[in-house]
Design a protein around this ligand. Structure first.
Ligand SMILES: C[S@@+](CC[C@H](N)C(=O)[O-])C[C@H]1O[C@@H](n2cnc3c(N)ncnc32)[C@H](O)[C@@H]1O
Length: 491
């Protein structure tokens, strides 16, 4: 079939439009609301051929075949508008003020972490690239616009060195070959670079020559690590490492602090954004010098260390042993005395504290994309912190968890978004939750009322409030917070 024209297309937050061709529906990517487009319908999967009527928000861009940068065809201003509208829409009915999105100064080349996979090109060259969206096809990525410029230089040189040394890339289907992935971490503020070669087992023929050639190329690589991963999995790194050059880790500086990053521990991918995120959370958190704080899902202790200047003591909890080891080192190198780190499942830890009725003033939580757990949030009710600072990289799971907070009588006091991942659909959110004083007061009134005619009740001249009315007030409040009216509540 020839080309087809679609006029004034409709596009939501994700920049795709659905077109119908021969009673079948297809998604056309990289389009903008209101545009008129020409689609090449001769292909098995029809694709955008030409934009006939262009949106004023469209910019020239290089095709991003891996699909990781969904917003590279629009201006950064328009991206911010789309993200702001999306987030405000998502939390409508839960939070009543406008949620502001804090932009990044530089929306390109901000990623300090890159991971790529190898393949042999048609001309038998070793090349590394990114997986194409929703597939295991490898798309070469020599000049990725999100990763650090220095990383792009290293990748280009690495490809040449691997080709020269006749390295066999791992073939996922046949399950043969040696080299699977390259994983790079770059310290923007220290200029240190860690290159990790992930191999299928311990053997990498030509390993010494690769290291020698990389050293000779003088690329500013400060450490080289070999990581073994023989598992049939899409997870990039295995559990075991061998250091081939340098210390086996790098340092990155952020704010007033310095952090150790080793291959297996989590570190925010945007160092400049991380500083803005933490400072925003701390400012919104309105902390006191007397506060005891839990930093749950603490990674290598970065938030705990940022918090340490503002509070009495921080307890960081994290499930990954390597990350906790790094957190303890980070505490030492930054000379911090009012932080302690525990290696445990965050839910387990919170439940234990709740059983012991420990005193906690503020809980900071920054869970992975899947969000937190019902038990974790229930434990917060018993710990009764004055404030919860919820940092989330996934607004959808954040929304789910906020309902659980509402069930435990916490309400949203403030929300902001930080654009940690420009040019992609992702952003980070900071939400401040507090115990709802009004509900607590009502609950106390109910209790007083049940005791009926107690001395305190009389002295305070508390008016009789029928329990049914209080339940109604509660229901209204919850409905305003996005709850369904029929939700059964326990008192
Ligand atoms: C989004 S990261 C945040 C890390 C850190 N707060 C930061 O800003 O760098 C989430 C962290 O939670 C950890 N994690 C995942 N599941 C966990 C669990 N059940 N209990 C404790 N930590 C967990 C991960 O290892 C990861 O370090």
């Amino acid at each position: 079939m020839a080309d087809l024209i679609f006029k004034d297309i409709k596009v939501g937050f994700i920049p795709d439009t659905e077109v119908e061709i021969n009673n079948k529906k297809y998604l056309i990517h990289d389009v903008i609301n209101g545009e008129t487009i020409k689609v090449d319908a001769s292909k098995k999967y029809p694709e955008l051929k030409e934009v006939i009527k262009k949106s004023p928000y469209r910019i020239d861009y290089k095709i991003d075949e891996c699909g990781g940068c969904q917003f590279m065809h629009i201006t950064y201003d328009y991206e911010q508008k789309l993200k702001t509208d999306y987030i405000n829409d998502l939390f409508k009915g839960m939070y009543f003020n406008k949620i502001e999105l804090i932009p990044m100064e530089s929306p390109y080349n901000y990623r300090n972490k890159s991971q790529m996979t190898f393949k042999l090109s048609k001309t038998k060259k070793v090349v590394c690239g990114l997986y194409e969206e929703f597939s295991h096809n490898i798309i070469t990525a020599n000049n990725n616009i999100l990763q650090a410029k220095k990383t792009n230089l290293v990748i280009n040189e690495l490809n040449k060195i691997l080709t020269k040394n006749k390295i066999r890339p791992y073939d996922e289907k046949k399950r043969e070959g040696e080299l699977r992935h390259v994983y790079i971490r770059y310290g923007f503020n220290t200029d240190e670079l860690m290159l990790v070669l992930v191999t299928n087992g311990e053997i990498l023929h030509g390993r010494n020559n690769i290291v020698t050639d990389l050293k000779k190329a003088n690329l500013g690589i400060t450490t080289i690590v070999q990581n073994y991963n023989s598992r049939n999995t899409s997870i990039v790194l295995g559990d075991k490492d061998k250091v081939l050059m340098g210390p086996g880790f790098i340092y990155e500086a952020c704010g007033d602090f310095k952090f150790k990053i080793s291959p297996l521990s989590f570190f925010q991918v945007n160092t400049a954004g991380m500083k803005i995120l933490y400072e925003t959370a701390i400012k919104m958190g309105n902390l006191k010098k007397t506060d005891t704080v839990i930093d749950a899902y603490c990674g290598v202790g970065t938030i705990s260390i940022f918090l340490s200047k503002h509070v009495k003591h921080v307890y960081g909890v994290e499930i990954n042993k390597n990350a906790i080891n790094d957190a303890k080192i980070n505490q030492k190198i930054n000379n911090i005395n009012n932080v302690s780190f525990v290696c445990d499942d965050a839910t387990n830890y919170m439940t234990k504290l709740a059983k012991l009725r420990e005193h906690v003033d503020v809980v900071v939580m920054d869970p992975p994309r899947d969000g937190s757990t019902k038990q974790f949030i229930n434990a917060i009710k018993y710990l009764n912190p004055r404030r919860v600072i919820y940092i989330s990289c996934n607004p959808q799971t954040l929304k789910r968890d906020l309902y659980l907070f509402f069930e435990n009588d916490y309400v949203i006091k403030n929300m902001k978004a930080v654009d940690m991942f420009p040019r992609t659909i992702h952003s980070e959110m900071v939400t401040i939750l507090e115990k709802d004083d009004e509900l607590e007061l009502l609950e106390n009134l109910v209790k007083e009322n049940q005791k009926n005619n107690t001395k305190k009740y009389k002295e305070n001249k508390i008016k009789y409030i029928p329990k049914a009315d209080i339940e109604m007030m509660r229901e209204d409040k919850y409905e305003a917070n996005g709850f369904k009216k029929d939700k059964k509540r326990k008192y």
